[in-house]
Design a protein around this ligand. Structure first.
Ligand SMILES: NC(=O)c1ccc[n+]([C@@H]2O[C@H](COP(=O)([O-])OP(=O)(O)OC[C@H]3O[C@@H](n4cnc5c(N)ncnc54)[C@H](OP(=O)(O)O)[C@@H]3O)[C@@H](O)[C@H]2O)c1
Length: 339
């Protein structure tokens, strides 16, 4: 079991042999935009650790507003340089250091309902500011599986060449983000990989945490979004860094999630077993869900180091011990795409 946040963050930033090999081959520094969020701190730390293990001297620079000042301090402690910058400020972005490698991680999801214009500015306008600044770099850009929309569960999930059918303004703006990256990749010949992720999960947030908390607190669970995929955030970080191996113009598209197609009812019952609680359910399982098929990525980079059962046990143990959480529910159950 994972004892505390230090151990958790150390595991989440542990580079795989594949990441070490990629960062050994890669030339130059890495700038990570949006480094202060849920994933950025451990991704930045992984990039630093992998570079050191490969014997490569490089700057890893985390850029964010760092509204969580604690994350900035921790990054610095681990050898990651930090710069405070609001990416909506075009002139401030122009002043950022150049680097041949950029990871783009900013986005706006929660609070998007009611702030639609800001959501579009963050998700679809910021990419154009970034592409103009980093026109000579390689870019790995995070997107989301939400761009696919709901898909029949029986199909096993959306694949990279399925046409996007986003539901709701958040998902539409994320498709806008992808299209802006694609446009600049084509026009300026920027090599890129676009990562369609759903859902990263660790012990402080994620779909498993949402479900575990409901079972533990005796709250009922809505079955309408009856299926989902997840991936241990450490594996998602690793695949994102390895995505530098795939960059292309127009952008390579890469689904990132685990191999398991999980059923809400079964996962809740499994939590119930471990926690000695009987979950209660409302609603009926839909025949469609937000699901991605990451078969192509897993063939290329291998299966995640941590599987769903392992992660589920860790989460159950953490919640039962009242471990700290981010208090950021995923709202994965939303079928209307409102966040
Ligand atoms: N986590 C998941 O399960 C998941 C699933 C699907 C897709 N994704 C995508 O993957 C990416 C990374 O995920 P995440 O969970 O780490 O996202 P996140 O928690 O939202 O982190 C992104 C960070 O970007 C920073 N940011 C926001 N606006 C900014 C601005 N104007 N200027 C500079 N920095 C700004 C914020 O940190 P500061 O407060 O420090 O500025 C924010 O915390 C996101 O694009 C997300 O859409 C994540």
């Amino acid at each position: 079991m994972i004892a505390d946040i230090d151990e958790l963050e150390s595991l989440l930033s542990e580079p795989t042999p594949g990441v070490i090999a990629t960062l050994d081959r890669l030339d130059g520094d890495i700038v990570i935009l949006g480094a202060g969020g849920k994933m950025g701190p451990t991704l930045a730390r992984m990039a630093k650790r992998a570079s050191e293990l490969a014997g490569i001297r490089r700057r890893v620079i985390g850029v964010s507003r760092f509204t969580a000042a604690e994350e900035e301090r921790k990054l610095q402690e681990h050898g990651v340089e930090t710069i405070r910058c609001n990416l909506l400020d075009e002139q401030a972005v122009q002043r950022l250091p150049d680097a041949p490698n950029v990871v783009f991680m900013t986005g706006m999801k929660f609070g998007s309902t009611g702030q639609e214009a800001l959501t579009w500015a963050m998700n679809a306008h910021v990419p154009s500011i970034v592409c103009k600044k980093y026109r000579r770099s390689r870019i790995v850009a995070f997107s989301t599986g939400n761009v696919y929309g709901l898909f029949p569960v029986a199909s096993g999930g959306s694949r990279e060449n399925d046409p996007p059918r986003p539901v709701g303004e958040y998902a539409m703006s994320c498709l806008g983000r992808e299209r802006m990256f694609e446009h600049f990749s084509r026009v300026l010949r920027i090599p890129m990989t676009v990562i369609r992720l759903n859902y990263a999960c660790e012990l402080r947030y994620g779909v498993l945490v949402d479900l575990a908390q409901r079972v533990w607190r005796g709250e009922s669970i809505d079955l309408a979004m009856g299926h989902f995929n997840i991936i241990w955030q450490g594996d998602a970080n690793a695949m994102a860094l390895q995505a530098f191996d795939l960059v292309a113009s127009p952008p390579a598209i890469m689904n990132v999630t685990g191999p398991e197609l999980l059923r809400v009812r079964e996962v809740a019952n499994r939590f119930g077993e471990i926690m000695s609680k009987a979950p209660t359910f409302v609603g009926h399982e839909g025949t469609t869900a937000l699901l991605s098929n990451a078969g192509r990525t897993l063939e290329r980079f291998g299966r995640p180091c941590i599987d769903a059962e392992q992660l589920l046990r860790w989460v159950a143990d953490w919640i039962m011990r009242d471990g700290p959480t981010l208090n950021k529910p995923t709202h994965f159950e939303s079928r209307e795409g409102k966040f």
